[in-house]
Design a protein around this ligand. Structure first.
Ligand code: GTQ
Ligand code: FE2
Length: 359
């Protein structure tokens, strides 16, 4: 829709009356459509910017937060949120997704709470942390994906002697935009218990591929399986490559009972690129956050080049041309808002000619 501008006073028979009209419209808390600029751009404006946060810097700051900032009621979590420089100072990695690095020191506990935003953890460093999700203790190790979906109680425990760092992905900006954020503290008692490496959700829903308990619960609003282990993700990617995938394999984390995404608002996927791989340049509606797990790769986003090392995180804005290439075997984890775009029938993908780096 072309924007129409304020009629010039010479275009109107009664400039004084027009001025008075606009003043009255504003006074009535109304705004004329014809005065809006950029309300309906031809294509989505690049609002978020393509951006990378380097692990070296992230990690050092997370460690300093561990030395300086206690975990207490009020904050509850020691978390540094990725703030996209295009996002008006908000603590959001993209306009729809919260991403953060969380640090839990040896012996520390992050207290129980629940909230309507859904959360997931992708573990980057350390061992021995466990998260109690609605009473099910879920152990966490590097490369694991652990879910704490909307309204599930969760508390994090680090009984070990090493700090642990992980990536948090949440749908806070989406839930916020719909004014549907609710939050409650849990009980203060600190459970301390021996934790089985395999959660109850895995015992029931990850026994073996394609085999579900006959009495499986009706699909809840999120995946029945709360933990996806690194060894399983690795095997799935290895097998896709064996099955003939050309130097790039990708898996989507799914609810084993329905095939649906892990949560109604967030899609998680894991990608493996072999040396020499380059993905097609595509752009899609909806944004994503990517976490480099291992290897060395390059992301090109809207002509901007980002070289990636393990732990580096980057944001891909809606409709930005994007491709990946690798010089070493590289694994990347990704979260996106795709289920929401699909549910709203707003998902669009376009394949473009291979983009060039802009100098
Ligand atoms: O670990 O419970 O990054 O509640 C933001 C909000 C993590 C958490 C975040 C949270 C958490
Ligand atoms: Fe939380």
């Amino acid at each position: 829709m072309a924007t129409r501008r304020f009629p010039a006073p010479t275009d109107t028979p009664d400039p004084a009356a027009l001025d008075e009209f606009y003043a009255d419209v504003a006074e009535a808390d109304l705004q004329p459509l014809w005065m809006q600029e950029g309300l309906m751009p031809r294509t989505p404006p690049l609002h978020d910017v393509p951006f990378r946060w380097r692990w070296k810097r992230l990690r050092a700051l997370a460690v300093r937060s561990g030395e300086l900032v206690p975990i207490d009621r009020g904050g509850d979590r020691r978390v540094l949120a990725f703030a996209n420089p295009g996002g008006d100072g908000l603590p959001y990695a993209t306009s729809t997704l919260w991403g953060a690095v969380q640090y839990l020191g040896p012996g520390e506990v992050a207290p129980a709470h629940h909230h309507t935003p859904g959360a997931l953890r992708f573990v980057l460093e350390g061992n021995g942390v466990w998260t109690l999700v609605n009473g099910d203790p879920v152990s966490m190790s590097p490369g694991d994906l652990v879910l704490t979906p909307s309204w599930c109680w969760h508390e994090h425990h680090n009984p070990g002697s090493e700090p642990m760092l992980w990536f948090d992905g949440l749908d806070i900006p989406m839930v916020r935009a719909m004014d549907a954020i609710f939050f409650e503290d849990g009980p203060d008692r600190m459970t301390n218990r021996a934790v089985d490496p395999t959660s109850r959700s895995e015992l029931r829903y990850a026994g073996a591929p394609g085999l579900l308990p006959l009495d499986a619960e009706a699909p809840p609003a999120h995946s029945s399986l709360l933990a996806y282990r690194r060894a399983d993700t690795d095997r799935a990617l290895t097998r896709l490559l064996q099955a003939g995938a050309e130097r790039h394999a990708a898996v989507r984390f799914a609810d084993p009972t329905s095939g649906a995404d892990v949560m109604p608002t967030i899609r998680c996927s894991m990608h493996r690129l072999l040396p020499g791989a380059r993905t097609p340049t595509i752009r899609r509606t909806g944004s994503s956050i990517w976490v480099t797990y291992s290897g060395a790769a390059t992301a090109l986003i809207d002509g901007q080049r980002f070289d990636l090392e393990p732990g580096d995180v980057f944001a891909v804005p809606s409709w930005a041309p994007f491709d990946l290439s690798a010089t070493e075997p590289t694994d990347l984890f990704s979260v996106s808002d795709a289920p929401v775009l699909e549910a709203m029938r707003l998902a669009r993908t376009e394949t473009l000619p291979a983009q060039q780096e802009r100098s």
